[in-house]
Design a protein around this ligand. Structure first.
Ligand code: COA
Length: 257
């Protein structure tokens, strides 16, 4: 069904593995097309409650956009390439179901941007993060200048983007990029554990958390958006079930409605 991905659904979790290990899982056009298709399925399938994105092999999560596709590009084609990457990554960021990056090796350039588009990141001890585009006379094009600045702050983002330096998983955790560092062996099971915890919560509320955090805004608009989404929760069966279950001292049975 896919040439460049391995996709497996188990316990409501869709694990999407970028599968070009001989090319460090670099993102070419086909990977983008297939990744979009897989994410569409995450949105659509009632069987899927959440997703994990990871890389095949033990060396790389994703070592960036496929540089071999770059040299033939004219200015308008390069803008289209960035736009295409941004459309797919926006779809990941705006998924109503949680999508977590399990970074198992190099997350460079577009790979770092892919991990940042996910809702949060767990990384193995051998993972490395960086935006080395300046080495190629480039800047990130898949949202990296924006998301890295949001996550790591202006000064950290400036330094990483200007120097192209590569940092370890633990440094990335200090920068606020990574939530948790695990051994390589435990990475997927730790991500699955946190997703099973999210699965036990009200799905509509989880989707609204994603919407509100993505809508983060320093102005009053972000707060107003939260008020609107809070109000919408009160119209769900799950909210009535959650509050009743607490008062009746029993476990809530959420239906996603
Ligand atoms: N695009 C296309 N091919 C890539 C790639 C990328 N972003 N990253 C790695 N590859 C390919 C290499 O060309 C090589 O292919 P080959 O075996 O046909 O020669 C193969 O993957 C293995 O990579 P190699 O560089 O030999 O492995 P390494 O262990 O010595 O180094 C990296 C690993 C990740 C440090 C190195 O591959 C690298 O720096 N990649 C580019 C990172 C980058 O600049 N990304 C931003 C792109 S905008």
């Amino acid at each position: 069904m896919y040439n460049t991905l391995l996709v497996l659904v188990e316990d409501g979790i869709c694990t999407i593995v970028i599968n070009r290990p001989d090319k460090m899982n670099a993102l070419n056009k086909e990977v983008f097309n297939e990744l979009e298709k897989a994410i569409d399925e995450v949105y659509r399938s009632p069987e899927i409650r959440s997703a994990i994105i990871t890389g095949a092999g033990s060396k790389a999560f994703v070592a960036g956009a496929d540089i071999s596709e770059f040299l033939e590009l004219k200015a308008d084609q390069s803008a289209a390439l960035a736009k295409r990457g941004q459309v797919v990554f926006d779809k990941i960021e705006n998924s109503p179901k949680p999508i977590v990056a399990a970074v198992n090796g190099f997350a460079l350039g577009g790979g770092c941007e892919l991990s940042l588009a996910c809702h949060f990141i767990y990384a193995s001890e051998n993972a490395k993060f960086g935006q080395p585009e300046v080495n190629l006379g480039l800047i990130p094009g898949y949202g990296g200048t924006q998301r890295l600045t949001q996550v790591a702050g202006r000064n950290r983002a400036m330094e990483l983007l200007m120097t192209g330096k590569v940092i370890t998983a633990r440094e990335a955790m200090q920068y606020g990029i990574v939530n948790e560092v695990t051994t390589a062996e435990e990475l997927l099971s730790k991500v699955k554990d946190v997703l099973m915890l999210v699965h036990s919560k009200a799905p509509v509320a989880v989707a609204k958390v994603i919407e509100c955090v993505n809508n983060f805004d320093h102005t009053q608009e972000g707060y107003d958006f939260e008020i609107k989404k809070f109000g919408e929760c009160f119209q769900t069966e799950d909210m009535k079930e959650g509050a009743s279950a607490f008062l009746e001292k029993r476990k809530a049975n959420f239906k996603g409605k």
